[in-house]
Design a binder for this molecule. Structure first.
Ligand code: FE
Length: 285
């Protein structure tokens, strides 16, 4: 067994998204353009309504998956497939935009804490124009494993024999939310074929001889085992891994394809109302 060290430390920085929402971005920045198969990681978290109330009005996606995990708050999702989702604290949503989805994600609260993550997972070339799909699970549906000062919520993939709810066949994504009490430690076998990262959002954690502060993403180096220790005040982090695709990535805003021609096609399709296959009504936003 060899323990994974840190290949790169990426402090997240604040960007403004949607109609004026403040997020901490780590993947999808100049320091870390992407981490195959992951294209972007946004951490939203604020108790100031001015930083989230504008939400994410109708916008398109093509060529990848959006994975949203709500920690606190309430957001409503509507999309061109006709789905209407209520994302509440502890719930998760997996949306395969693939050939094209138009959706909105709007806060359903006017005050209080809104906190969560949005991760973009790339699709292999063969699936980029496949049929869009949608999975959503409430907090109660997501399995939790408690052991030795650790509480692990298994959103996708498998941990200690417990399988997560979200099935992501193309890149075999593992997505864990781990809370560690002060002094507790956590370990997990994670084979070398998968890229992975740890993002600390509460307290601090030690990994590979380094201390990870809040809002820091650590890209895992080679090895087949992950070992993490909580800092003095405990720690909460997400640990995410996936099989790299090894394909060219050409990204322009909400479209992620393999070539520039395919991006131009996406813009043309969006402009001409052909991005979405069969558009369902999206009332409300
Ligand atoms: Fe979106």
């Amino acid at each position: 067994m060899s323990t994974r060290t840190i290949r790169q430390l990426v402090p997240a920085f604040e960007v403004t998204e949607g109609a004026g929402v403040t997020v901490h971005r780590s993947i999808g920045t100049p320091a870390l353009k992407n981490l195959d198969p992951f294209l972007m990681l946004d951490h939203f978290g604020s108790d100031d309504p001015d930083e989230y109330i504008a939400g994410f009005p109708e916008h398109p996606h093509r060529g990848f998956i959006t994975f949203t995990y709500m920690l606190d708050g309430h957001m409503e999702h509507r999309d061109s497939m006709g789905n209407r989702g209520d994302l509440k604290a502890g719930g998760a949503q997996w949306m395969k935009a693939a050939s094209g989805v138009i959706h909105s994600e709007m806060p359903q609260q006017t005050d209080g804490l809104m906190r969560g993550f949005q991760l973009w997972i790339n699709l292999p070339a063969r699936d980029k124009l496949s049929e869009p799909a949608y999975q959503e699970f409430s907090a109660a549906a997501i399995p939790e494993v408690a052991r030795d000062g650790a509480r692990v919520r298994v959103l996708a993939g498998e941990f200690g024999g417990t399988r997560g709810v979200i099935d992501d066949p193309a890149t075999d994504v593992l997505y864990l939310d781990v809370a560690l009490a002060a002094g507790a430690s956590f370990s997990l076998p994670l084979d070398d074929t998968r890229n992975g990262f740890v993002y600390v959002f509460e307290g601090s954690a030690r990994l590979g001889g380094e201390t990870l502060a809040r809002h820091t993403l650590a890209v895992l180096g080679k090895g087949d085992q992950v070992e993490i220790e909580a800092g003095e005040a405990g720690s909460r982090f997400i640990l995410v891994a996936g099989r790299p695709l090894g394909e060219p990535v050409v990204q322009y805003g909400p479209f992620v394809m393999n070539t520039r021609e395919e991006i131009e096609q996406a813009f043309a399709d969006y402009r001409d109302g052909r991005l979405v296959r069969a558009r369902a009504a999206m009332t409300g936003h």
